[in-house]
Design a protein around this ligand. Structure first.
Ligand SMILES: [Zn+2]
Length: 116
């Protein structure tokens, strides 16, 4: 038996079972099972709609299911569901925007310098 901190709700609980990579308390385990089932049926429906496997981000899935992003993230961490790595893609898009803005400001600076 060991005192663990639940990955989902952050409360301490006594775990009598085997070592789990992601400690989850009993209440959260039950709740996450529900979320998992809903996530699965949502993903399954989406897949048949589109005729192909579509991956979603944890944030998108959480919004669709009306649950906390944290819940999805814990399920992903437990390897129960897989979400798209496209949070990285979203970041890349933002980086591109930053780059564009940077270029704009740089050319503006050059313009000002040329005017001197
Ligand atoms: Zn918990």
């Amino acid at each position: 038996m060991a005192l663990k901190i639940c990955e989902h709700c952050g409360s301490a609980f006594i775990d009598g079972g085997e070592e789990a990579a992601t400690p989850i308390c009993l209440d959260c385990a039950e709740y996450l099972d529900e979320v998992y089932r809903e996530a699965w049926s949502w993903l399954r429906d989406r897949t048949s709609e589109d005729g192909r496997q579509r991956r979603v981000t944890a944030a998108r899935l959480a919004a669709e299911l009306g649950v906390e992003v944290k819940s999805i993230e814990v399920l992903v961490k437990m390897d129960r569901i897989q979400t798209s790595a496209s949070s990285a893609e979203e970041r890349a898009e933002k980086d591109l925007e930053t780059l564009k803005a940077l270029r704009r400001s740089m050319s503006g600076e050059r313009y000002r310098r040329d005017r001197k």
